[in-house]
Design a protein around this ligand. Structure first.
Ligand SMILES: O=P(O)(O)OC[C@H]1O[C@H](O[C@H]2O[C@H](CO)[C@@H](O)[C@H](O)[C@H]2O)[C@H](O)[C@@H](O)[C@@H]1O
Length: 389
């Protein structure tokens, strides 16, 4: 990154009010190079710059990234402003796993989270209700994260384990007592009825992709991933055709695209956005107007959660990306190492503001020194205040 890019990130450039148009939808034709997808408007702005080179190489990618960060300011550079807006609100933290808490690596079984990241998430979860929502199976997710003070939602939110709360009776059919867990926990599995078909599909996919070198099928319980990160470019089309061939006999399923991965999912109206709302409901936060969800994620499926936060009108949708991307997120972080820094700052901020709360009790209401005083109501609506909704 150039010095000017770093400076822009540190400053947390102000976002303009332009809206983004991408919708996360089932795909019919897959566009493969998803990790490098560029916002079309940026592409058009910078398309003529690709040939411009400096003694240090081409400048176009930095320029495109800087313009994008201007639209999606760094959550680190904007941290103080964000926290000022969060004062007096109940912050609930939602984290994606792959590409957010762990770096993207070739082997999905080795996408480990660092000890530092684990400690940071543990610390955040001490101060805020915290959930990890991932495309992974819930068991695998828990195996990676290894924390007992967070909530887990696997299979893109189709497998949620939460403590019993004020449950919506309409959802009762989707609840199962969590046998292996605490008695007070329930499992929410809205795609339960698809399990036998999902297992059939997994077996067929394993068989049919066996001869495509580098292809790998991962069982995520309520969805199946077909990885192509290690598949040769020239073999991709045949892999995609094979996956689609299997799906022809399963009209209740559809295909979506993640980072070098095709994902087979049951066609129910349930995604990470619904999972976020469900978890807020179950924790008893549904009707509170002072709840501020903060969601950090890097992939297409996280866009559903960003959209929900935008429609609530309050919260921080943060995308992790080192390249410009069309997104509904308002803020950005460059990579998992910035996620780590952000989480540490978040926990420290709450720790420090908790101590100033105790001071308020000692000093008595209204007697706090100015520097410790809470923000005014004007500061309590981050998205609105920034013109982001
Ligand atoms: O919702 P997420 O936690 O982001 O999970 C989405 C998918 O992540 C994993 O795949 C991605 O990460 C792998 C490890 O870094 C990488 O090899 C792969 O190319 C990425 O697509 C996971 O393996 C999938 O099952 C998840 O659906």
């Amino acid at each position: 990154m150039t010095n000017s890019a770093k400076l822009n990130r540190t400053m947390g450039l102000q976002r303009s009010s332009t809206s983004n148009k991408q919708k996360v939808q089932p795909i019919t034709k897959v566009v493969k190079n998803d990790e490098n997808s560029v916002d079309l408007s940026l592409a058009s702005i910078t398309s003529n710059l690709h040939d411009i080179s400096t003694p240090n190489g081409p400048i176009s990618s930095d320029l495109a990234y800087n313009s994008w960060v201007a639209e999606h300011p760094s959550a680190l550079g904007s941290f103080d402003r964000m926290m000022k807006a969060a004062k007096g609100k109940r912050v609930v933290v939602f984290l994606d796993y792959d590409g957010t808490l762990s770096p993207i690596v070739d082997d999905p079984d080795r996408a480990f989270m660092s000890d530092e990241m684990r400690a940071a998430v543990r610390e955040v979860a001490k101060y805020f209700p915290t959930a990890v929502i991932s495309g992974r199976s819930r068991d695998k997710l828990k195996e990676f994260v290894q924390l007992s003070n967070v909530y887990y939602a696997g299979s893109h939110g189709m497998d949620i384990l939460v403590p019993t709360g004020p449950l919506n009776p309409c959802d009762a059919k989707n609840h199962t007592a969590a046998i292996d867990k605490k008695e007070s926990d329930v499992l929410f599995q809205p795609a339960k009825r698809f399990l036998p078909a999902i297992q059939e599909i997994r077996t067929l996919l394993e068989e049919i992709t066996r001869k495509v070198e580098g292809a790998r099928v991962e069982d995520n319980r309520f969805c199946i991933s077909v990885h192509f990160r290690k598949v040769r470019d020239e073999d991709y089309d045949i892999l995609e055709a094979k996956v689609k061939y299997v799906l022809k006999n399963y009209p209740e399923f559809h295909l979506t695209l993640g980072k070098k991965v095709l994902e087979v999912r049951p066609s129910i109206e349930w995604n990470k956005g619904h999972a976020l709302e469900y978890i807020l409901d179950t924790l008893g936060f549904s009707s509170s107007s002072d709840v501020l969800p903060l969601y950090i994620g890097d992939d297409r499926t996280d866009e559903d959660a960003f959209k929900v936060i935008r429609s609530r009108g309050l919260g921080f949708p943060i995308i992790v990306s080192s390249t410009p991307k069309d997104t509904k997120a308002c803020y950005s972080l460059h990579d998992p190492s910035e996620v780590l820094t952000f989480l540490l700052r978040l926990a420290r901020w709450r720790k420090e503001s908790s101590s100033s709360r105790s001071l308020a009790q000692i000093w008595g209401p209204g007697n706090l020194p100015r520097s410790l005083n809470r923000g005014s109501n004007r500061d309590l609506e981050p998205l609105k205040a920034q013109g982001n909704i």
